[in-house]
Design a protein around this ligand. Structure first.
Ligand code: ADP
Ligand code: MG
Length: 475
């Protein structure tokens, strides 16, 4: 399987690429449209400097060459939601050239996906087909919004890798604050090119699946499309280079247009815009203001906390999660040696509670400091893991601290061995028959006795001590 992605990322910016209209999502239709966005006769586009800087910043994050000279071209096509009759884009001279993105695979290895280019372009408006039974309406709020198109080499070889690649791009842009990464709102979407071949053969003919806006659909579409192509070839047929749509209901791809009808965009330099020239100082300035990127954070987690590469990469995908983790660790020096436990508690227990209430980690009712305190109680054996889970649930709903809950409800672990021993003796004397069975070889009964002691102590006996003493007594 051979896959290459064209990712469209909306630039995070208050105003559009060539006009001062707002880019706010979800406003009432056509309320954010200037004369330029509506392509009124005589309008003149004016470049938004901030968007250019955002593109350069993104290029640096993708470890790519920044082109000090780039040109805006007109890409001509007719469509009802494209008032100009052309899109201003970059063709021959994009602002960003070759780069690379590293993805971390499950088996612990990493792979580089090469970037061909990143160019600046305008978004089109939106046709609304469901507002009136006999008419189509057009909303131009999105018309002229700045996009970065990021094109990869066909270096991706599975749906899994494609998923990792797009989430890595999303993560890099979100760390840089150059795109909000909101796939549901369409701020990040991808066209997916898929072909198949026998190992070491030359590249097969590709089909392109347009406009996918979720990682799940990207993966489904790739797997379906590769199987479809393999079947055609194995049945003796040939692949035609087609543009396809993915039907999210059926999970199948279907033709949109074929190569015969393919567009000829008649690109030419836009006479309204001068070529962009950027100097070294400007690039250096932007570079110096970039904070820690995901790959650097992964390296830091490996070096400082001994996390595995895969764990570190899972933790850093979402900047908000990684920031939360950093805050927990920072809250108490003693937690530095327990980074793996902190990471597990965030990605399992805290996540499942957040998910149940549909909350984002940035608005978690349990603060990083409070989670840190709970984990200290756990790692110093004041409470057991099982109790800690219950305490976290309680913290989540009452917003009380771990210490308070443990104190109030008397949940401290029993670590006094003579106390535990007394209870064990009581349980064993009440179950003489079973003790005899154990002694005659039915050693599986050990867990039964453990369960009884736990029941008697309401889960508070220190499990390690309990097991040690019980084993000694029985043998
Ligand atoms: P177009 O605008 O015609 O789609 P682009 O150069 O913008 O062309 O994008 C082509 C995309 O298709 C790139 O991401 C590239 O990696 C990918 N691609 C090229 N050849 C193949 C192939 N044989 N199989 C899969 N993907 C391919
Ligand atoms: Mg394409």
């Amino acid at each position: 399987m051979v896959v290459g992605l064209e990712v469209h990322a909306q630039i995070k910016s208050n105003s559009k690429l060539f006009s001062s209209s707002s880019t706010t999502f979800g406003s009432s239709p056509n309320s954010q449209v200037s004369l330029v966005d509506a392509a009124m006769p005589g309008m003149l586009p004016v470049i938004n400097e901030f968007c250019v800087k955002q593109a350069i910043k993104s290029g640096i994050g993708l470890r790519a060459e920044i082109n000090k000279y780039s040109v805006f071209d007109r890409k001509n096509y007719f469509y009802a939601d494209l008032p100009q009759g052309y899109q201003i884009s970059q063709f021959k001279y994009p602002i960003v050239g070759k780069g690379k993105v590293s993805i971390d695979l499950k088996d612990g290895t990493s792979k580089n996906i090469r970037i061909v280019r990143l160019h600046l372009e305008q978004d089109a408006g939106k046709s609304l087909h469901d507002q009136n039974p006999s008419k189509t309406y057009v909303d131009l709020n999105r018309s002229g919004v700045a996009l970065m198109e990021i094109v990869s080499e066909p270096d991706i070889s599975s749906a899994e890798e494609a998923g990792l690649y797009i989430s890595k791009i999303r993560s890099i842009l979100m760390y840089l604050d150059t795109c909000d990464g909101n796939m549901q709102e369409g701020s990040l979407r991808a066209d997916v090119n898929v072909s198949v071949r026998k190992p070491n053969d030359k590249l097969g003919t590709r089909c392109e699946i347009k406009n996918l806006n979720s990682i799940k659909f990207i993966k489904q579409a790739i797997d379906y499309e590769a199987k479809r192509q393999i079947k055609i070839i194995e049945d003796g047929g040939e692949i035609n280079q087609n543009t396809l749509l993915f039907d999210t209901q059926t999970g199948k791809t279907k033709p949109m247009r074929s190569k015969e009808e393919a567009h000829d965009y008649r690109y030419f330099p836009d006479p309204d815009l001068l070529p962009l020239e950027i100097d070294d100082d400007e690039i250096k300035n932007i570079k110096n203001n970039i904070l820690e990127l995901p790959d650097e954070r992964i390296e830091r987690y490996i070096a400082e906390f001994g996390l595995s590469k895969y764990d570190a990469s899972v933790l850093t995908i979402e900047r908000s999660v990684s920031d939360y983790f950093d805050e927990v660790i920072k809250s108490n020096k003693a937690l530095q040696g327990h980074a793996k436990i902190v990471s597990n508690w965030i990605s399992t227990e805290l996540f499942s509670l957040l998910k149940k209430d549909n909350l984002d980690i940035s608005t978690s009712p349990v603060s990083p400091k409070d989670l840190g305190e709970l984990i200290i109680l756990l790692t110093t054996n004041v409470i057991s893991g099982k109790i800690a889970k219950e305490v976290l649930t309680e913290m989540f709903s009452s917003k009380k601290s771990a210490k308070y809950i443990v104190e109030k409800e008397g949940l401290k672990q029993m670590t006094d061995s003579s106390e535990i021993e007394t209870i064990i003796e009581k349980i064993l004397s009440e179950n003489q028959k079973m003790v005899n069975e154990y002694k005659s070889g039915k050693t599986k009964l050990l867990s039964y006795f453990v369960g009884q002691v736990m029941k008697e102590t309401k889960g508070k006996a220190n499990p390690k001590l309990l097991n040690e003493i019980l084993f000694k007594k029985l043998n």
